[in-house]
Write a protein that binds this ligand. Sequence first.
Ligand code: NAD
Length: 261
Amino acid sequence: MSESNSSTKQLEEARCWLSTAQRILVLTGAGLSTGSGIPDFRGPQGIWTRDPDAEKLSDIHYYVSDENIRRKAWLSRRDSPVWQACPGLGHEVLARFEQSGRLDTLVTQNIDGLHQLAGSSRERVIEIHGTIREVVCLVCSYRVPMQDVLKRLAAGEEDPKCPDCGGILKSATVSFGQSLIAQDLARAEQAARDCDLMLAVGSMLSVYPVAGLVPIAKESGARIVIVNGEPTAMDGIADAVLLGDLDEVLPGVLDGTHIND
Ligand code: NAD
């Protein structure tokens, strides 16, 4: 079979499985938001691909021990493209698909909040790597919207501290070296065990423990459909791998599948 025949067959199969699956788990990664102007980390145009030093800003050990890294991290939060970004076609298609009633859970590795802005319901979205839209204290339970702390930055502070306890402040994201929120991970793993189809989009599926949701779903009997612009670490256990730009492939896979309920 030619390559294009094989990809057409995989697309048709994936659409068919998505039409009939009753309990779908969607896993999204940074690739879903590149079309909204937020670069990924490891893709061909990714932030770390172009500047390997940028990885230090996402490492908790550098963050707590080096004031310069914290200053840079605050500037990068202030200048983040997230504040101007609007949900893209992929976010919208997924929010629409939820109306089919068969999307059980949406686990996102993204920290940009665009799924909720597109209309995905908060109860179904698990932000497994946290959110850039809030700030937490690394010592006490202080938690406020990011914009409150960015105002302090605009007023001249370079490394704002917790007003309650003087502790280090950080975006409410999970950096390398930090543990995921146990409750979120447990919920995501349960969703992987319970789903009959897992759709993974825009992720290289190389960051654990999130990537481990794919084998959990597979071993529990679910079909695995992967959509990404390049091969992923989990292609070997997938039932269908659809290569291409998400904004083009995702509507073709999902739109209309809820009509066949
Ligand atoms: P990744 O950077 O490892 O992989 C992204 C994948 O998406 C790559 O394979 C890339 O080729 C693909 N991709 C990019 N744009 C695409 C497009 N338009 N169509 C199809 N494929 C496309 O991302 P990851 O696996 O999600 O992990 C990186 C970590 O970085 C995540 O845990 C996340 O927390 C964080 N992150 C989040 C954001 C965000 O919130 N938008 C952005 C960058 C990084």
